[in-house]
Ligand binder design. Structure first.
Ligand code: GAR
Length: 206
């Protein structure tokens, strides 16, 4: 008999390679989560085609059509709840969410970021790492809190920076780590192996 799977919504803005990694993980019958809805704020996001190929319902909610961030976030929240979503993954979603939305989804909302947080917050994390001259960077999966790129850290994977790396080459290397880390994080959460207490994450994996 099929076990109950965590009904997950994924928010995207772009190519959706992390979405693809989650889709591929969910294709396994023993994976404890399923993607029931993909929402994009951009109609041209490549990830929408990935969802459609996998038979996952999609919705485009163009942020420019809303008078405020709050109105946009309310539309996203309504779509998620209407789609039966229990848990939300941000996967290259390039909009800052309002505190109201983030608090509604407290500990039910995670993000993947292309650096070892708290280093290099923001949209240009890969370029910041190159400019800083560090030899290692990586990716972080974290629970979302209202302040940008903050929140309890669930998983991090380190990635080396090689001499002569362009931001594209380095970002591709980080994406490869993200594609392993994000499904692993969702598996742990959906299997009930993650607790957040005092803003610290504990993982029980046995
Ligand atoms: C990923 O590297 C993700 O970490 C980053 O955008 C990329 C999306 O790639 N997110 C952020 O920078 C959020 N601050 P994808 O669309 O191929 O999954």
């Amino acid at each position: 008999m099929q076990r109950r799977r965590l009904k997950t919504g994924v928010l995207i803005s772009g190519s959706g390679t992390n979405l693809q990694a989650l889709i591929d993980a969910c294709a396994s019958s023993d994976f404890p989560a399923e993607i029931v809805l993909v929402i994009s704020n951009r109609a041209d996001a490549g990830g929408l085609a990935r969802a459609k190929r996998a038979g996952i319902p999609t919705k485009v909610i163009p942020h420019k059509e809303y008078p405020s961030r709050e109105a946009f976030d309310t539309a996203v929240d309504t779509a998620l709840r209407g789609g039966g979503v229990e848990f939300v993954c941000l996967a290259g979603f390039m909009r800052l969410l309002t505190p109201g939305f983030v608090n509604q989804w407290h500990d039910q909302l995670v993000n993947v970021h292309p650096s070892l947080l708290p280093a290099f917050k923001g949209i240009d994390a890969v370029e910041q790492a190159l400019a800083a001259g560090v030899s290692r960077t990586g990716c972080t999966v974290h629970f979302v809190r209202p302040e940008m790129d903050t929140g309890p850290i669930l998983l991090q994977m380190e990635v080396p920076i090689e001499a002569g790396d362009s931001s594209e080459v380095l970002h591709d290397r980080i994406r490869q780590a993200e594609h392993r880390a994000y499904p692993q994080a969702l598996r742990l959460i959906a299997a009930g192996k993650v607790t957040v207490s005092g803003e610290t994450v504990t993982i029980t994996d046995n």
